[in-house]
Design a protein around this ligand. Structure first.
Ligand code: ADP
Length: 343
């Protein structure tokens, strides 16, 4: 599809350039032949008439019109050659430029296709499982209420997964919408970090995880809800990829212009080869090192990255497999301000 569009675009470039070039060539031909004829008219031969005085009268002879015709032909030939050169050069440059112009569009369309394929795959899995269970249940003529309830419970689990997935997709599309203008307010670092800790309090407790805090507080300009969401995602991952009873360190350091927030876990870690991709949509590293299959859609970190970018910040990760990971978020401070306290 893009190869065809590239040719069409090159064709249009060529058409425009050759149209302009032909108009100029006709103009140049007209001008140069007119000037030539004028020059030649002025350069008539002056022949002295034998037996007449040296100062005249004279005989005048025109230049051979055949020579004029030859010169005109040569001009036409040269103009055609120049136009041929322009045609070849513009075809080459036009093809190259069309390729460069279409490349980002091609990448965007490919990404959209990949996104649709990945999203469809995530939707299909729970749907297939629900369909199979319902079909088996419908064929079972001796189904009792207890089995029916079990089936409904299992279906509800899948519906919850689908709902969670659609929530993720909606959140992602909201943050990746370039025209989105999040309302910004003055927020304290401790506010959104505490919000995230509170939100995940029940799973922290369930997994007996200890969160050690070392927070230097500062005020930044941001959106409290999305910043809380950002650290909920990072904290959720830190808990999810840690063993039971693991320890997580949440630390913030304030310097002249930034606040540096670090979330360190001692979980399963990330392989160096996976690190460049974990912020991509739907990317999930192989978690076979984990004792049990860990649920997820590979969307959390891409949402986290979008939130950080909206706040003009930076996110990075350092990780050693089987030793743990440290996610670092750097956010600009509201103004130059110092440390306002510890919590
Ligand atoms: P999800 O966790 O739902 O799979 P994410 O986008 O949040 O999706 O994370 C992408 C991948 O990055 C995960 O699948 C996991 O492999 C890896 N990852 C993220 N955070 C951690 C962490 N704290 N420890 C180990 N691996 C992590």
């Amino acid at each position: 599809m893009f190869a065809k569009t590239r040719f069409i675009l090159t064709g249009w470039y060529l058409l425009i350039i050759m149209f302009i070039s032909c108009i100029f060539s006709v103009g140049i031909y007209r001008l140069s032949t007119a000037e030539l004829e004028r020059g030649l008219r002025m350069q008539r031969y002056r022949i002295e008439i034998p037996g007449m005085p040296a100062n005249g009268p004279f005989l005048y002879r025109q230049i051979d019109p055949q020579i004029l015709g030859e010169i005109k032909e040569r001009i036409i030939f040269r103009l055609i050659a120049v136009n041929g050169g322009i045609f070849l050069l513009s075809a080459f440059l036009g093809y190259f430029l069309a390729g460069r112009l279409l490349h980002p569009v091609e990448e965007m369309v490919d990404e959209q296709k990949r996104f649709i394929a990945d999203a469809s795959h995530e939707i299909r899995t729970p749907l297939t499982s629900m369909k199979t269970e319902i079909e088996v249940a419908l064929r079972d003529k001796k189904m009792v209420l207890k089995d029916a309830k079990k089936l409904l419970e299992s279906n509800l689990e899948e519906v919850n997964k689908l709902q969670e997935f659609s929530n993720y997709l909606l959140t992602l599309s909201r943050y990746q919408n370039t025209s989105l203008k999040l309302p910004m307010e003055n927020v304290y670092v401790s506010e959104f970090l505490e919000n995230a800790i509170q939100k995940l309090a029940s799973i922290t407790k369930k997994k007996k995880i200890i969160i050690q805090k070392d927070i230097s507080n500062a005020e930044i300009e941001g959106n409290l809800l999305s910043l809380s969401e950002l650290f909920s995602i990072l904290l959720d991952n830190a808990i999810k990829y840690s063993q039971e009873g693991g320890k997580i360190i949440l630390k913030s350091i304030v310097n002249r212009n930034h606040v540096i927030i670090q979330l360190k876990d001692k979980g399963i870690g990330i392989k160096a080869s996976d690190i460049p991709y974990i912020f991509n949509r739907f990317y999930r590293a192989d978690t076979s090192r984990a004792k049990t299959q860990i649920d997820g859609y590979g969307l959390g970190l891409s949402i986290a990255k979008s939130i950080v970018e909206i706040h003009n910040g930076k996110i990075s990760v350092e990780s050693i497999p089987n030793e743990g990971s440290t996610f670092t978020v750097i956010l600009p401070l509201k103004q130059s301000q110092g440390i306002t306290g510890h919590s």
